[in-house]
Write a protein that binds this ligand. Sequence first.
Ligand SMILES: NC(=O)N[C@H]1NC(=O)NC1=O
Ligand SMILES: [Zn+2]
Length: 464
Amino acid sequence: MTNQFDLVIRKGTVVLREEVRQLDIGIQGGKIAALGENLAYSEDTPVYDAEHLHIMPGMVDAHVHFNEPALGHWEGFATGSAALAAGGCTTYIDMPLNGVPPTVRLSALKRKLEAAEGHSLVDYALWGGLVPGNVGNLQELAEAGVIGFKAFMSCPGGEGADIFTEVDDLTLHEGMKEIARLGLVLALHAESEEIVSKLAAQALAEGRRGAMDFVATRPIAAELEAVNRALFYAEETGCKLHFVHISSAEAVQAITEAKAKGLDVTVETCPHYLVLTSTDLERLGPVAKCAPPLRTSQDQVQLWAALASGQLDILASDHSPCPAHMKQGDFFEAWGGISGAQSSLELMLDEGHLRREVPLPMISRMLSLEPAKRFGLHPRKGEIALGADADFALVDMKLSYSLQGSDLFYRHKHSPYVGKEFGCRVKATYLRGTKVYELGEGVVEKADGIWLRHAAVIGGEEGG
Ligand SMILES: NC(=O)N[C@H]1NC(=O)NC1=O
Ligand SMILES: [Zn+2]
């Protein structure tokens, strides 16, 4: 019997949840309709020959900052999602800050959705924000379809009168109670404002403005203190937590212990903490400035060990772009945020799998499955399985290249990875069975990405 498929991706090395197998993938109506060793299909079926390629689930990047509305000249949905498509990412979750207004009330969510609609090349979900004064707005945001809330425990920086501000402890506590009631996850940027602001003031007063001076103002202790404080409130309130961009094995350990105690908490790190160090910050300049900052190579070894032992749940880019001129000047004035989203999957395959032999299903779990599950996008997104969306990154694991600025699809073509040698490369990306990127051809023109709401809250319906 032959099946009728819209497309067959033939003989790729497919990264499944627990194993890697050479399989054909039959796609019908944008979904994975068949997975098998020798699928039968009619002669006129379009076929993509993937015999020398690995097929990963499209990355689900739970942490990007696209700057619309209002700051689209930093990065917009069109350019940001094009970069993601080129990097093998098929779903992203946009953070509630670095656009104006920040996504902290329903009217702002509507502005965000208007900016995104018709401009995103891949699918997206949205975070709402928790800030002082908006605990009463969380319910309307949850009902409208945000997948969770994000709060900062240290000052986020940014522009505009309607700025995203860090939470005080009371807001954090009250917010957690409300978010627990709503059943969603609170994502936290965990650095102690008390510690980092005082250290920064001291450094500036003493005229210390270099890379290492900046790093010293945001020590691991500041991360660990904030993590422990938040865990205390989580235990009090029953709120589910997700710690974004954790930079130290010490903080990962504290979170692991909290999990063992039964707290519902997950931890994310970003490729830049695994690939770059504070020495690279000195060498590269503010293009590699982020918060928490890059750590030492010894810290990085420990973070890899934490990853290898299965203590990390999610890998996300924390793509926080800005115009190039904002990455000039001294380390305290320059924008804090790395443009890296296009490279996340390649970085993890290259540095994690090719160089350190982390198994592919494990990498894929952190890039795709866990974020999809944690934020209500699974089973539609996150893995290569029957019935799921046909979202794939097709990767040539032997194609090495040196990343050039001209390869980048960002609005501003700077990244700390320009000049880096990669041992593998994304060859093509498929979103719901449609090719959205192919190496050499670039990205498609048509922006067919749709807004995804939280599956458990809305029943898996896409928005509109
Ligand atoms: N405002 C903002 O995007 N901040 C992000 N940048 C960064 O390096 N860490 C962050 O949390
Ligand atoms: Zn961020």
